[in-house]
Design a protein around this ligand. Structure first.
Ligand SMILES: *Cc1c(COP(=O)(O)O)cnc(C)c1O
Length: 463
């Protein structure tokens, strides 16, 4: 397993240690179902299709680069989470992973709730008809305007992130003549990324209120005294791309002990706990994510056990998967522009997008897979680095992968598992036009977010 644990910072002209990448797959034409969306398959002609439509047809109709979302897969994953958590728990899709009005409708139809963390996400959710009471509002520095709007429209909960925000939200709610349902976000001293987690007393990060030193208990005390607030529970989110449940276990134990403390001090049993998101997905064949029903079972058991030990009624649990729902359902389709072999090193494959449509490789050292999708090939594998067209040597989409050595300009290649944090983090760097998102289902493809145009760029530039 070569994944590095979420290091920060850009990478420049690095030289990989020997053996950093795994050997090529036995047959580069085979698509690993772990990393590709459910309906992606290689057709008899050798090209790849999604939702029954060939990628060449999609490229011709929608252009490249473009993101293609397998709607069948998205709905199936959303439903699997919903079913796994049943009626005693709530699933909030984390909108920041990817949000559009079509996605909001899918979530609504599949019975999921929605997390937003900005006025823009809230507006998108409401404009697609998501009932406000099924929306949770997050963020460490919500503006007065955002808080006011959230309370006015009646969001189901606001997750309070600081002492100042407790007072701010209470004041705004009261001046609107409302009592807002809120949770308090606590930092439990667990930092979890991928296969490791660290349990500490303190966490050095901007979110939430520390359990340590009685800070969170003090926050609860204050929230309980304010008329504008109805405190319904405690919230914890421990990290991202996590495979190991041990971090959630420590977090749940610490949150439950706060609930017990609140009961002892105030005679109040808070009815809800939210354990956040962060569940990992397969970006490469090396990753082995858990199924929603395993996660639901594990979290349910942890919370029940801890509550029994503390003689507390088991609170209603909520979770907030973003990546685990949308991540695996999409791929980015690119056209190869140049193929540049560097003797003794690797071959650089330049595509028509790059860090403007996928910043995760540059930002987090994220790993991705890639495949030739417009045809099959029996040529020998070559070690490649897939790079974009931006004026930046850190503009890497896939750091190390193997593609057939007869790869040529005009071939279509696709990077799977780009549904989360790619379009939502896309930029206009170099005045790139952000790619469209196309939903494909049962032989039909439709644009759900259109491609940006040069007119869009000029519209913002008022001269
Ligand atoms: C980002 C975030 C999530 C979703 O994280 P994923 O890794 O996409 O599952 C859930 N809850 C909160 C509070 C977050 O900030």
């Amino acid at each position: 397993m070569s994944r590095s644990a979420h290091p920060a910072g850009p990478r420049h002209a690095d030289v990989l240690p020997e053996g950093h990448y795994t050997a090529p797959a036995a047959d580069l034409n085979v698509l690993d179902p772990k990393v590709w969306a459910q309906t992606v398959t290689r057709t008899a002609s050798g090209s790849v299709s999604v939702g029954g439509i060939d990628v060449a047809t999609l490229a011709e109709e929608f252009g490249t680069p473009a993101y293609f979302v397998d709607e069948t897969d998205f709905r199936a994953r959303a439903r699997a989470w919903r079913t796994a958590f049943g009626h005693d728990a709530d699933v909030f899709y984390a909108g920041k992973a990817f949000l559009s009005r079509a996605v909001v409708r899918w979530l609504d139809e599949e019975g999921l709730n929605l997390d937003v963390c900005s006025g823009g996400e809230l507006t998108t959710a409401l404009s697609a008809g998501m009932p406000a009471e099924r929306i949770a509002f997050h963020g460490n520095n919500k503006s007065v305007e955002e808080i006011t709007k959230a309370i006015e429209v009646g969001v189901g909960r606001i997750v309070l992130d600081s002492f100042q925000e407790i007072v701010r939200v209470a004041h705004i709610a009261q001046s609107l003549g409302k009592r807002q349902r809120v949770q308090i976000r606590v930092t439990v001293g667990v930092e979890a990324h991928t296969h490791e987690f660290i349990a500490t007393a303190h966490e050095d990060q901007k979110f939430g209120i520390a359990l340590a030193d009685g800070q969170a208990a003090e926050a609860v005390r204050r929230a309980l005294t304010l008329d504008g607030l109805e405190l319904i529970g405690i919230h914890s989110h421990i990290g991202s791309q996590i495979f190991d449940m041990a971090g959630f276990e420590v977090a749940a134990r610490r949150v439950v002990s706060l609930l017990a403390q609140v009961r002892d001090e105030h005679g109040v049993e808070l009815p809800e706990i939210d354990l956040g998101g962060g569940l990992g997905i397969a970006y490469t064949s090396d990753d082995d994510p858990r199924e929603p029903h395993e996660i639901a079972k594990a979290l349910g058991e942890i919370v029940t056990r801890e509550c029994e030990a503390a003689k507390l009624r088991t609170p209603r649990i909520s979770v907030e998967p973003g990546r685990a729902i949308v991540g695996p359902t999409a791929f980015t389709l690119y056209e190869v522009g140049t193929v540049k072999p560097l003797e003794g090193l690797r071959t650089y494959v330049s595509v028509d997008g790059g860090m403007s449509d996928n910043i995760r490789t540059a930002l987090y050292d994220a790993e991705y897979s890639v495949a030739l999708v417009s045809r099959t090939s029996d040529a020998e594998p070559m070690l490649v680095r897939v790079v974009g067209k931006h004026c930046e040597s850190g503009d890497i989409v896939v750091k190390d992968a193997f593609l057939p050595s007869d790869l040529a300009p005009g071939d279509l290649i696709a990077v799977p598992a780009t549904g989360a944090y790619c379009r939502s983090m896309a930029s206009n760097y170099n005045h790139a036009l952000r790619p469209p998102v196309v939903a494909v289902r049962d032989g039909e493809a439709r644009v759900i977010v259109r491609r940006e145009t040069e007119e869009d760029l000029l519209r913002l530039d008022v001269g």
